[in-house]
Write a protein of this length. Structure first.
Ligand SMILES: Cc1cc2nc3c(=O)[nH]c(=O)nc-3n(C[C@H](O)[C@H](O)[C@H](O)COP(=O)(O)O)c2cc1C
Length: 441
């Protein structure tokens, strides 16, 4: 941990650049900067286990994060990944709305990626100015356009990975890494993760698959205990977050109980199946068949490649994004309009009853009760969709996302009730938020 601040405030940097914490004044360097760094390190203050919403390109933007916050908030947020070289050379145009956030979103980590440490340093400093609480480096993206200069390509360039981490640390924010087990073979995990753990990062998130495996095989839960042992041996101060195929909070807690030593759980696609997946009353063993597999939605197979391509030829124009097509191929309190607050209060009030910490899904007394429960669930989902529409209207100029991009979210809210498919089909033909409102009222 000390290294995290010392990197940014080393004797060398101190004399050459001045202290990055006291911005060159050289007034408070040394132990005081270390104290300030520790005070700024939100990771140490998170509950155990903590839950994180996975960074997901074209999904976890400022709008969707606010929807999730209202449904059931995780403990830590991530931005979509943002390319450092694109930003350095083409600025805002290259990164679109990826770093747009509300002032109320805390703690939030800016996820950055790239293959040029100097660019990583500059983007990390920019993220600090924007008010992000941490920097997360993506070293796991398998997309072709990403591995030209970063993402999972760094698994094969460990020295560059170390340099990127050191560069990001100069922004004096806690630096974390999200990666995979290896590039081609699962047995690469030990050397690769050991290398990362030697870089003194605050948190290491591991998507328990290799780059080659994409999301096509089950996550390697069988390696969790060995990974914990490695972390304990090399860097006990580095938090360990597990990611891959985790459905909801209860499923995450079950894993933590089986593998003590996990500090955090990151959930990605689980949110597509249940926007309430971070709620305390989620059930690990979902009785809803659609929640038992992650293979049903084309959104989940998305390979998040188009984010801020480092190719500078294209960096000056808005990069093509997955949401530019019409399908998804692959409590913190937020400021909200009174009407939004009311809607979400209704959602909270109409959550299904709990029993022993789990929603009552089975053993319902009779058809009438079951029908009533399904209707309540439908209303909750449609109210969330309604909230999403309002937020979209509020933020779309800043995020730069056209109306078509909204359509990718419909399946999250319009599901698991009679007539859902028909409703979705009709929604896909809409051209405005008002048309959607007409259909769902
Ligand atoms: C649509 C989509 C977009 C993604 N975008 C990113 C991203 O920008 N950065 C990142 O580190 N991982 C990204 N991922 C990977 C997820 O963060 C996560 O590691 C992966 O989905 C496995 O977790 P899960 O099984 O809980 O979904 C993306 C995944 C999906 C499905």
């Amino acid at each position: 941990m000390i290294q995290n601040s010392v990197e940014g405030c080393s004797i060398f940097r101190y004399f050459v650049d001045g202290c990055v914490i006291c911005r060159g004044l050289r007034l408070f360097c040394g132990p005081l900067c270390e104290i300030m760094f520790r005070m700024n390190n939100f990771w140490d203050k998170l509950p155990r286990p903590f839950f994180a919403l996975a960074p997901m390109e074209a999904v976890t933007d400022v709008v969707f994060r606010q929807v999730v916050a209202k449904a059931a908030a995780p403990d830590v947020w991530f931005s979509e990944f943002t390319n450092a070289t694109g930003w350095v050379h083409a600025g805002q145009k290259a990164i679109g709305g990826r770093l747009v956030k509300t002032d109320a979103e805390h703690p939030i980590v800016a996820q950055i990626w790239g293959g040029e440490p100097g660019d990583m340093e500059q983007l990390a400093a920019h993220c600090a100015e924007l008010g992000f609480d941490g920097i997360g480096i993506n070293m796991g993206c398998p997309a072709k356009s990403a591995i030209k200069s970063g993402g999972s390509a760094l698994i094969r360039q460990p020295e560059l990975a170390a340099e990127s981490i050191a560069s990001a640390k100069t922004a004096s924010l806690p630096v974390s890494v999200k990666t995979r087990l290896g590039y081609t073979r699962v047995d690469e995990w030990r050397d690769w993760l050991a290398h990362l753990l030697h870089q003194d990062i605050v948190n290491l998130t591991i998507h328990l698959r290799t780059k080659k495996e994409m999301s096509k095989v089950p996550a390697h839960f069988e390696l969790i205990d060995d990974i914990i042992a490695l972390r304990d041996e090399i860097a006990p101060q580095t938090l360990l977050t597990i990611n891959g195929d985790i459905k909801n909070r209860a499923h995450g807690e079950e894993l933590v109980a089986k593998h003590p030593g996990i500090d955090g759980i990151m959930i990605g696609r689980g949110i597509f199946h249940d926007p309430f997946c971070f709620a305390d009353n989620s059930c690990a063993d979902s009785t809803n068949p659609s929640e038992t597999t992650f293979s049903s939605s084309s959104l989940e197979e998305h390979r998040y490649p188009q984010a801020g391509s480092p190719e500078l030829t294209r960096a000056t124009e808005r990069p093509s994004r997955p949401e530019d097509s019409t399908s998804f191929s692959e409590g913190s309190a937020f400021p909200a309009e009174a009407s939004q607050e009311r809607q979400l209060d209704q959602i909270a009030a109409s959550r299904p009853e709990e029993k022993d910490g789990c929603e009552v899904e089975v053993g319902l007394g009779n058809e009438g009760e079951r029908g009533n429960k399904e209707d309540q669930h439908k209303q909750q989902l449609l109210q969330l969709l309604s909230y999403h529409l309002e937020l979209y209207e509020q933020w779309h100029e800043q995020t730069g996302r056209p109306y078509e991009t909204l359509k990718r979210f419909f399946k999250i809210y319009v599901r698991d009730f009679d007539g859902a498919k028909d409703m979705r089909d009709q929604l896909m033909h809409t051209k405005s938020t008002d048309e959607v409102r007409q259909l769902i009222k």
